[in-house]
Design a protein around this ligand. Structure first.
Ligand SMILES: Nc1ncnc2c1ncn2[C@@H]1O[C@H](COP(=O)(O)OP(=O)(O)OP(=O)(O)O)[C@@H](O)[C@H]1O
Ligand SMILES: [Mg+2]
Length: 304
């Protein structure tokens, strides 16, 4: 496998770029990147996907986000095909994924869309129907899936990510435990609940850490910057003051739900301030800072 100088540089600097976006998961990122580097250099197991990962850990700590970010970085935008296993339980829904129930081990024609390179993300793997698991085993084993019309699809240029919250609730009761303790317990729970054949075929299993208060504060500041950059792309110029994050953290910090409420709080508070400015005839430009009531943000030079 020959890579260009640029591709080599990007692979070497990938950990730093991922750590700048995803906070508090440095050990997970280091291990995942090693396998991604092997995959990109053609050093993965022959005849299998480029690498396969099982991401374990509590809710809202970056499992899906890391998948989206590494895929976008390595393969470009919109290359993740996401399948939520909790949505494929009934015969009707399974048919959408696997085609006819009379053809075990086959997938529906829709999989034809998986051409080229990408990442197949199976969320909530502990809820997967046994028929889906059979197909997943084939995919992990041989990087091939066959459609109902006998087309063989090749996934040897793909990554596969399985995510699960197994052990998550128990983790939350271990408030002050070391990472190593919780990692061991989550792995034990996962081995009890998932089929051993899956474990045997996965390239790397990693346990994401809980996000403590400091990590969530760092995330809040990153989310504010990202939201302002996204809005700048739509022609709005918001200049947040340092204390904007106090309001976002107050609204968004949640010990058990990870960073998802923080993301929602940052988006909501900033968009509310922008909407109020626009409704008052503003142009969506100016300093962004806490409202005097302390619970909201405001945009512009003064209260109108
Ligand atoms: N470690 C992190 N660093 C920065 N942002 C994060 C991190 N974890 C989560 N977020 C933010 O929270 C949002 C939700 O996280 P994500 O979807 O990755 O959760 P998850 O671990 O997949 O949880 P679930 O098990 O419920 O699917 C992300 O879109 C991102 O904005
Ligand atoms: Mg997720």
């Amino acid at each position: 496998m020959t890579l260009t100088n640029d591709q080599r540089d990007r692979l070497q600097t990938l950990p730093a770029r991922l750590k700048a976006i995803i906070t508090g998961q440095d050990r997970v990122i280091d291990q995942v990147v090693e396998r991604l580097q092997h995959g990109e250099l053609g050093l993965g197991a022959p005849g299998r996907p480029k690498a396969s990962f099982l991401f374990l850990g509590p809710t809202g700590v970056g499992k899906t986000e890391l998948t989206l970010q590494f895929t976008a970085d390595l393969l470009g935008p919109n290359r993740v095909v996401r399948l939520d296993m909790s949505e494929y339980q009934t015969a009707d829904r399974l048919g959408l994924l696997l085609g006819s129930a009379n053809e075990p081990g086959r997938v529906a024609e829709g999989f034809d869309a998986c051409a080229g390179r990408g990442t197949l993300l199976f969320d909530e793997i502990e809820k997967a129907h046994p028929r889906v698991l059979d197909v997943l085993l084939q995919l992990l084993d041989a990087a091939r899936l066959t459609t109902g019309r006998n087309r063989v699809l090749d996934f040897s240029d793909w990554y596969v990510v399985l995510t699960s919250n197994i052990g998550g609730p128990r983790l939350m009761t271990l408030r002050k435990s070391k990472y190593e303790t919780m990692e061991r317990l989550v792995r034990q729970d996962a081995q009890r609940e998932l089929r051993p054949e899956i474990f045997a075929r996965i390239t790397l299993t990693v346990v994401f850490a809980k996000l403590d208060y400091d990590a969530q504060c760092t995330i809040a500041r990153g989310l504010i910057d990202r939201e302002c950059v996204a809005l700048a792309g739509r022609g709005f110029a918001l200049a947040p003051s340092g204390s904007v994050s106090d309001v976002v953290i107050q609204r968004g910090y949640h010990e058990r739900l990870g960073a998802r409420p923080m993301r929602d709080a940052a988006e909501l508070l900033i968009r509310n301030a922008l909407a109020r400015d626009l409704l008052c005839g503003g142009a969506g430009v100016g300093p962004l800072r806490p409202h005097p009531d302390g619970n909201q943000l405001e945009l512009g030079l003064a209260h109108r």
